[in-house]
Design a protein around this ligand. Structure first.
Ligand SMILES: CCCCCCCCCCCCCC(=O)SCCNC(=O)CCNC(=O)[C@H](O)C(C)(C)COP(=O)(O)OP(=O)(O)OC[C@H]1O[C@@H](n2cnc3c(N)ncnc32)[C@H](O)[C@@H]1OP(=O)(O)O
Length: 217
């Protein structure tokens, strides 16, 4: 079942929805590769102009039919959110890394990741807004798997060291406490040797009309 713009949709009756999502995910990945190719290209100007014209034609083909509502969203029985269109974790969204998040039996979360050249901020390093976005999402995911799915109320980020792109990193987060609809979550992005690069703390608030709707089994 998917929660979709206020409706619940039964996938079995949604035809080949999974095959379509797989095709969209492949398009998303190809587009990520395109973005990095654009950022890094050194081809001659006439080739850039030619590729730009081809991309304009391709864009027109995709625009021929457009959806007008959000992509489906669901929270699985273990509290894991799934939102294929999400800007951080959605496989069909080329803006997303995508962040692939695993939950531990203790309901902490972890994600191995590598930023891309298109995430550059300071020359040679990842943009601080991009790492904050990753932290926001991972902390929100940790709140959800702890049974406290909510919207970000506040996010505090401490940038301890510059973050490289193109290198394997590990992001982790854990729910620390809840009071009513408010939940606090801590997280970090670190090098494989454990050196912490970014630390974050977030307050997530469960909107009143979500209470009980997304409780994990
Ligand atoms: C669809 C299901 C999704 C599931 C999520 C998992 C997705 C995966 C991960 C995705 C992760 C990415 C996630 C994203 O990107 S979420 C996108 C970024 N965040 C937003 O857009 C949030 C926008 N704000 C709101 O929607 C509302 O203001 C919220 C829902 C936050 C509260 O509105 P609500 O009407 O419910 O609140 P209330 O007035 O009854 O107050 C209640 C209590 O909270 C306290 N308070 C209120 N606001 C703040 C604040 N900003 N800081 C500190 N405290 C605040 C308030 O003092 C009170 O405390 P107390 O007096 O009781 O002590």
């Amino acid at each position: 079942m998917f929660y979709y713009g206020g409706m619940t949709i039964d996938l079995a009756s949604a035809g080949n929805a999974e095959a379509r999502q797989a095709a969209l995910a492949a398009l998303g990945q190809q587009t990520r590769e395109l973005i990095d190719a654009v950022v890094l290209t050194e081809v001659p100007e006439d080739e850039i102009t030619s590729v730009t014209a081809e991309l304009a034609a391709l864009t027109g083909r995709l625009r021929a039919l457009r959806r007008t509502s959000p992509q489906p969203f669901e929270i699985g029985p273990d509290g894991t959110p799934r939102h294929v269109g999400n800007a951080v974790a959605g496989p069909v969204n080329p803006h997303a890394l995508p962040l692939i998040i695993e939950s531990t039996p203790e309901r902490t979360v972890r994600a191995e990741l590598a930023f891309r050249p298109s995430h550059e901020g300071p020359p040679g390093w990842v943009h601080g807004g991009v790492t904050a976005m990753i932290m926001d999402h991972l902390l929100g995911h940790a709140a959800a798997v702890a049974g406290s799915a909510g919207m970000t109320g506040t996010l505090s980020v401490r940038y301890r060291r510059p973050v490289p792109y193109g290198e394997p990193l590990l992001a982790t987060a854990e729910h620390t406490r809840s009071e009513g609809r408010k939940s606090w979550v801590d997280g970090r992005i670190a090098l494989p040797d454990g050196t912490v690069l970014v630390e974050a703390t977030g307050l997530f608030i469960t909107p009143s009309d979500w209470v009980g709707r997304f409780d994990p089994a």
